[in-house]
Design a protein around this ligand. Structure first.
Ligand SMILES: [Cu+2]
Length: 524
């Protein structure tokens, strides 16, 4: 009997991991909160900023029910959720949440359930946020972690759980409708009041909100998953007296690389291993940020953006060392993105199609152009037009800036050097890309480039390649959402016939657009 039981058990263990359905309910509500000590009304999931942590395992299916209960008219009242960085198969593209590209927003007092199968054995560090206008600036952002039971790098760390996630983000005291109106009136992108670390921060003259505390035990190695949930700011992360070994870029495992400082653009994620190998004490985790001129917002003080790494046994107080912005120049070993290598080399295939994208701002205006076109969200989402038979560029508005591409090709996107002093984090939906030229270097690497889904476009130029083997209308845009709102976006629409053949949306999805279109503008 015993022998039989153990044989059965062994057989069960040999089966592939069961994939689960992960039901999640997010009530999107306006809630008062004071992340940095300044009280305001926010747009939240379940009343918190950041929203609830979503976790899953490789191969699971997320079933995310969104109940839109928003009622504060100083912010948008409709909503939509994007699962940032999650690979989406063509057939599931209608549930990837990009307003006016793949879906219509969810009206107030309505519910919608996104079904998001995790495909291609994808694992790693992701996040979710509103993808309607700049609504996530008002708070609707949260972490989404897909764990890998067979992580090839698991020998490098001991702890990787809900307490090892660092969400850094820019924070504003004003709500988005007046800020957007100000941007449109002046052409000046709003400058954040503060930065938050796991939902708490400080601003000049504000109260001493307790810094977030990350508890560690001496001798233990932690996998910290860092997510920049900003709509604008770049965060520079470091931990006093500790190194960070990078092992992941946007869901892709990397060959371990040790640094003591790294930048994250808006939307980017890294996993780093930090070994608690110092004397028992409190240490600063420095998380200064940059985003526009601080002179435009006197509340801003990037030095106050930080958290505490507290060893077990250390007193419950702030570190006694000065608050710095990170390692001094002579000790600096900062990440150079171009030096990262994937854990498993994946050469970038030769390009079949070349697209050059020139990013140009219209001076003094809230208007960004990609190849002389400023993206304007259409009334009828791109995917709806495709399902209705759209076949050529003529079937889309010029302002949709939609590139029609054949399926099963390799597309190379070249961003020439831009003169803007702010790097634009370009993000591809539903897919990732080979980053064959990083803005951090002049080197072109097609042999073993990293793959990721957000990369900076700036002064030295950037080149990416992506495959259209997974057809669909994929939004490709700057993750500075103020820039996106001002037109810095395109849609890479590949395989229109294949998309029509594979996408079979639900009645609930089909009903979203008529319901949204029937709303008065103040409810949209
Ligand atoms: Cu931008």
């Amino acid at each position: 009997m015993k022998l039989l039981a153990s044989t059965v058990l062994a057989a069960l263990l040999a089966l592939p991991a069961f994939s689960d359905t992960i039901p999640i309910t997010l009530d999107i509500v306006n809630a008062d909160g004071a992340p940095d000590g300044f009280s305001r009304s926010m747009v939240t999931a379940n009343g918190t900023y950041p929203g609830p942590l979503i976790t899953a395992s490789k191969g699971d299916t997320l079933v995310v029910t969104v109940n839109n209960l928003l009622d504060d008219p100083t912010m948008r009242l409709s909503t939509s959720l994007d699962f940032d960085g999650i690979l989406v198969n063509t057939g599931n593209s209608f549930d990837e949440g990009s307003s006016f590209v793949t879906t219509c927003p969810i009206a107030p007092n309505a519910s919608y359930t996104y079904v998001v199968p995790l495909v291609n054995n994808q694992t790693g560090t992701f996040w979710y946020h509103s993808q309607l206008s700049v609504q996530y600036v008002d708070g609707l952002r949260g972490a989404l972690i897909v764990y890998d039971p067979d992580d090839p790098l698991k020998d490098l760390y001991d702890v990787d759980d809900e307490n090892t996630i660092w969400q850094v983000g820019d924070w504003w005291h004003n709500s988005t409708l007046p800020m957007l109106a100000g941007y449109v009136a002046t052409g000046i992108v709003p400058v954040s009041d503060s930065g938050t670390f796991n939902g708490v921060g400080r601003f000049n003259g504000g109260p001493d909100v307790p810094f977030f505390v990350v508890d560690v035990v001496q001798g233990t190695r932690y996998r910290f998953r860092i997510i920049n949930t900003s709509a604008r700011n770049v965060f520079t992360m470091s931990v006093d007296s500790h190194n960070m070994t990078i092992i992941e870029t946007d869901g892709m495992p990397t060959s371990p690389m040790t640094v003591n400082s790294l930048d994250l653009l808006a939307g980017q994620r890294y996993s780093v291993v930090v070994e608690a190998n110092q004397p028992v004490a409190n240490y600063w985790i420095n998380a200064p940020y940059v985003g526009g001129s601080p002179a435009r917002n006197l509340n801003q003080n990037a030095t106050l953006s930080r958290a505490i790494l507290r060893y077990q046994g250390a007193p419950e107080e702030e570190p006694t060392s000065p608050m710095s912005l990170g390692p001094a120049d002579e000790e600096l070993n900062a990440l150079v993105e171009a030096n990262l290598r994937p854990l498993v080399a994946s050469p970038a295939p030769e390009a079949d199609i070349n697209i050059t994208l020139n990013l140009v701002v219209t001076a003094g205006k809230a208007q960004w152009n990609v190849n002389n076109v400023s993206y304007l969200a259409p009334e009828v989402p791109t995917l709806v037009k495709i399902l209705d038979g759209a076949n050529s560029t003529d079937d889309f508005n010029v302002t949709e800036n939609t590139f029609i591409l054949p399926a099963n090709k390799i597309v190379q996107v070249i961003f020439p050097p831009s003169e803007d002093d702010e790097e634009h984090p370009f993000h591809l939906h539903g897919n990732n890309f080979w980053l064959i030229k990083s803005n951090s270097s002049d080197e072109i690497n097609t042999e073993n480039p990293i793959k990721r889904d957000v990369a900076g476009v700036g002064s030295t130029g950037t080149i990416m390649r992506f495959s259209t083997a997974n057809p669909g209308p994929w939004f490709f845009h700057c993750h500075i959402f103020w820039h996106l709102q001002a037109g810095l976006a395109t849609v890479m629409a590949s395989g229109l016939n294949e998309t029509r053949a594979e996408v079979h949306p639900t009645q609930a999805w089909t009903a979203l657009c008529p319901a949204y279109d029937a709303l008065s503008p103040d409810l949209q």
